[in-house]
Every structure is written in C-alpha cells, then in structure tokens.
Ligand binder design. Structure first.
Ligand code: HEC
Ligand code: HEC
Length: 495
C-alpha cells in the first residue's frame, strides 16, 4: 500500500484534502487550497453550474399547467435530487455525485482518476466507495434470501444495506442515506432535511402530493442554527432538532415521502430510457458492427460467464445486465481513496475511519454484521459475504461527456477503463502478482486480492481470451450507452 504522503507529493488532486491525520485544521485548509488541482476545481465548478441550471429548468417545468400526475411526481423527485440546499453547507445536491452525462455516476474526471470517492458537503470528508449509477437500480427487488441459490438478491448500495424492507423500496431507503451521511450531505437530523425543504420554492408541490400535514410541524426556535451543524449528532443527543413526539412522527413521515419522490424520479423513463444501440439492435432497428457482434456473443458465451451475473434478459425480462446478487471479484484494495487517511477527528470531532490504513472494506459481509441487518439468519452468513459487492448494471458503463474523460470502475474505482476491466476478468489468475511499485501493474501483473477467502474462482480469473477478443467485448459494452440514434449508425458506417 502506497503511503498517502507519496500520493500528495505526486501532486495528485484532492486526496491530500483527506490527509487530516498529521495536520492541524488550518494547515489542512491551506493544503486543501493548493492541493485541489486547477482542473478538478474547474470541473467541480462546472458540475455545480450545471446542477443549478437543471434545477432552474425543472422549476420552470413545474410551472406548466398541463402536467400529468405522473409528471408532477417525477418532477418533484427531480427537484429534490438537484437541490443543494438539502446538504449541511447548502453546496451539495445528490446530483453532485450522479450526473446524467456519465450515466448518473461521478461527473469529475480528475476525481475518478485519483480519489475515486467524492468530497462531501464538508469538503475535507470523503466516503470509501465510488458513486454507483442510480439508473436501472429501481428494478432491484427488496433484499431477500433465495434459499435454493443460497444467495442474497436485491437491495441498494454496493453492500445491499438499503434493503427496502421498511418502505418496500430499496431506492427510497437508499435516498435516506446520503442526506444524513457525515461524508456526504452531512445533515445532523432527518428533520433538518424536512425543514430545509419547507423553505424551498417547490414546497407547495410537496404539500399537493404528500398532504397538508407535510410541513405542519412546530419547529423549535433554534432549528435553523441546529441544522447548520454538520452531522453526525452526538451520542448524547441523537435527534438534535427537539420536536414533540407527534411533530417528530410527521417529520419522519415527510422524510419518507421525500425519499419515495426521489425514488420515483430515479425510476422514471428520463433516467431509464432503454435507448442504447443494444436496445435498437434487439428491436431490429440497428445493427451491431462485426466486432460488437462477436463481443456480444463472447459476453453471452460459456468462456466468459459475463451474462451469468450481468443478465441480459430472458423471456419477459428487461435486460438490466445485473442479477442483483453480490460477488467478490478478487479486486485489490485501492489505497488512493482518501478515506484511509481519515483516522483523526476533524475540527468537528468526527473521524470517518478510525482504523486508518488498517481498514478493509467488508462489503456485504459488513452490512450483515452491522446493526442494519434486519434478519438474524442472515447474520450467520456474514463471513461468506465478506468482500462481496452487488453486481452493477452495465447500462451506460461507457457513457462519458468526452472521449478523454476517465471513469472509475468497481466499488473502489481501482480500474479506470473498460479495457482494464476486461483484462482483469481475463487474466487475474493467469498473470503473476505485482512486485511493490511495479510499473506494469494492470498490464502484466495484478496485486493481491483484498479478500482472497471469498474470491470467485469459478467464473473469472483466467478466461483465455486473446487481446483482440478483449477489445471485442469492450466494443460490445460501448453499445450499452443510452441516447443512441439510428443516425449515429450512418456516421459509423461513413468512418
Ligand atoms: C458525495 C457523493 C454522493 C452524494 C452527494 C450522493 N451519492 Fe449516491 N452514491 C454515492 C456513493 C459513493 C454510492 C455507493 C455507496 C456505498 O455503496 O456505500 C452511492 C450509491 C447510490 C445509489 C445506489 C445504487 C444501487 O444500485 O444500489 C443510489 C440510488 C444513489 N446513490 C442515489 C443518491 C441520492 C438519491 C442522493 C441524494 C439524496 C445521493 N445518491 C447523494 C455517492 C453520492
Ligand atoms: C460472478 C459474477 C460476475 C461475472 C461472471 C462478471 N461480472 Fe462484471 N461485475 C460483477 C460484480 C459483482 C461487479 C462489481 C464488483 C465490485 O465492485 O467489487 C462487476 C463489475 C463489472 C464492471 C464495472 C461496472 C461499474 O459500473 O463499475 C464491468 C464493466 C463488468 N463487471 C463487466 C463484466 C464483463 C465484461 C464480464 C465477463 C468478462 C463480467 N463482468 C463478468 C459480477 C460479475
């Protein structure tokens, strides 16, 4: 594992921001100013401007008179999703880590290349994983144990911890996470999200859809100040907005409705358009190039096993390119994530990762061992799920705003291109272990897996594909980008 100081010295972007361990806060801020590369700052600023303009446009859309009920429901969710006022510093919307131009994943190339994780509303705090796409995630079932397969299926998050049991929707329960996550939007109390929303111009639309009680809450006089304090709340006062019990119940009900509205937007056609070249080919309205076609055959073939997990549909099934189960692909840890350095309390007394460099991401196993696990039978299986992560959809996996834009793949962003991903599946076990500082890492050698004990050795690791076949699979993966128009085919033919 590379020490972070080497990482900072290499001049690489914002990871140094997380290096709070050895510095005082003021020194830290000084470092922060110099450490964020001009490129990252510029990209962050343009993402923020884009979020504001999408929000303005959506506010204008809501004013139209002839909206269907379904449009109202979706637009309300979209307004919440693009609203940065719902974060403690009023600077971070959900969309900050989930933008359309990347298929609703991380929109800052310089961060994907380095920190992988995105800074929270408190900009010196980073989480431990890559932002997942929320597109096509609404098709995930409520988390359940399939006894015949001996497998957990469904839920949201890389580790499935948003089960969906309480609200009967994994995405709605997921949406209650980021606002209260100290490393993300950083609010101190769910009631603060409701309070902030009550001050927004679209409050009326909320009341129309959720009921007049939604914001009929007697707020304590200090609510505004309390809600400006970053979470997490102290153990001695877990709900710092002090509400009477009925008001607390109303606030929780509204928080649930906020979450369900977000899930409605995430499940909308605007987000899940099934409009990739692949979809056109399946509908008989476009044709694969020869390489794409061979890539598709390989993807579906016994040699690669790809579609055993990234299911491409069956009778009556929408091809979602996931089966919503979890696997351990044997990825190495990614020490470039600033989380490893967040072991000392920041100026608010919060340390994201007390374990520091000793942290091992436990994946689904960690969730099953935690107090979030809703089922004691599952707890006993925690060990067999350690290091496993939910299979992501492959739709929009190549979607990027420009050809040189870098995306971070896998839960820890260790892989940076589709070529690297396919090469990893093909050669994880065929190539030797890298030596420390090996410059050929990812090409002719691979580092040790973070969790060897549960690593999948049956379906991947040594597929025996040629370099050309790897490329053909990548060519196929690139056909999964939404927003294809048959006119593009004419252009492709011309080239
Ligand atoms: C600071 C960046 C950041 C912000 C802000 C953020 N997310 Fe995420 N999102 C992530 C990361 C990282 C993950 C994966 C986290 C994990 O698995 O532990 C994720 C996961 C998700 C998923 C899970 C998808 C799946 O297939 O399971 C959904 C849905 C989602 N986010 C929606 C939202 C919503 C809604 C909001 C606002 C309420 C939001 N995100 C705010 C970074 C962010
Ligand atoms: C055993 C099930 C399984 C098989 C087989 C499998 N995958 Fe995956 N795939 C996963 C899981 C699980 C992840 C996420 C792993 C993680 O983040 O730790 C993943 C991640 C990916 C990603 C990254 C997506 C993202 O958004 O980060 C790509 C691309 C991908 N797989 C393509 C393929 C291809 C191509 C094949 C065949 C060569 C394949 N997969 C075979 C389960 C599988």
């Amino acid at each position: 594992m590379k020490p972070r100081s080497a990482w900072c010295a290499a001049g690489v972007i914002a990871a140094c921001l997380g290096a709070g361990a050895l510095r005082s806060e003021s020194e830290n801020r000084a470092v922060a100013k110099t450490a964020l590369s001009a490129r990252a700052l510029k990209d962050i600023a343009s993402v923020e401007a884009e979020i504001n303009s999408i929000e303005d446009q959506t506010l204008a859309d809501v004013k139209q008179r002839s909206l269907d009920p379904s449009q109202k429901i979706i637009l309300l969710g979209k307004l919440i999703f693009y609203d940065r006022q719902l974060s403690v510093r009023r600077n971070e919307a959900c969309a900050f880590c989930h933008m359309p131009e990347t298929g609703f994943t991380g929109p800052v190339s310089a961060l994907n290349q380095t920190t992988v994780a995105y800074p929270g509303s408190i900009r010196s705090r980073f989480g431990k994983r890559t932002p997942q796409t929320h597109a096509y995630a609404s098709f995930a079932p409520v988390l359940h144990y399939n006894a015949l397969q001996g497998d957990l299926v469904g839920g949201a998050f890389w580790d499935m911890r948003a089960t969906g049991l309480r609200l009967n929707s994994p995405l709605a329960e997921q949406a209650q996470g980021p606002p209260l996550d100290p490393d993300e939007m950083g609010m101190i109390d769910a009631a603060c999200v409701v309070y902030r929303l009550s001050e927004r111009p679209y409050r009326r639309l909320g009341e129309e859809l959720w009921g007049a009680q939604a914001f009929a809450i007697r707020w304590p006089r200090d609510v505004k100040t309390v809600c400006e304090r970053p979470g997490p709340p102290p153990d001695s006062d877990p709900l710092p907005v002090h509400l009477a019990s009925i008001d607390r119940g109303v606030a929780q009900g509204t928080f649930d409705q906020i979450a369900q509205s977000i899930a409605a937007y995430e499940g909308s056609m605007e987000v899940n358009s099934f409009s990739s070249k692949y979809d056109y080919v399946m509908a008989g309205k476009a044709q694969f190039t020869p390489d794409e076609k061979i890539g598709y055959t390989l993807f579906r073939g016994k040699a690669t096993h790809c579609n055993e997990c990234h299911r491409d549909g069956g009778p009556g099934e929408e091809p979602l390119f996931t089966d919503f189960t979890a696997s351990n692909l044997g990825l190495p840890s990614n020490p470039a994530i600033p989380f490893y350095e967040e072991n000392a309390p920041d100026r608010f007394g919060y340390a994201a990762n007390p374990l520091g460099l000793n942290f091992r991401d436990p994946g689904v196993g960690g969730f099953l061992e935690s107090r979030l696990d809703p089922d004691r039978d599952w707890t006993s299986r925690a060990t067999s799920f350690s290091g496993k992560y939910k299979t992501p959809t492959l739709r929009n996996v190549d979607k990027r705003p420009r050809p040189d834009f870098i995306k971070a793949y896998m839960h820890n962003g260790y892989l940076k291109s589709l070529q690297e991903v396919v090469h990893f599946y093909n050669t994880r076990d065929a190539l030797p272990r890298c030596k420390v500082g090996d410059s050929e890492e990812k090409v002719t050698c691979w580092p040790a897996p973070e969790h060897p004990e549960t690593m999948n050795r049956r379906q991947l690791g040594n597929l025996g594909l040629s370099a050309h076949q790897e490329k053909q699979i990548v060519a196929f993966l690139k056909t999964l980008t939404d927003g294809y128009t048959p006119a593009q085919q004419e252009l492709e033919r011309g080239h």
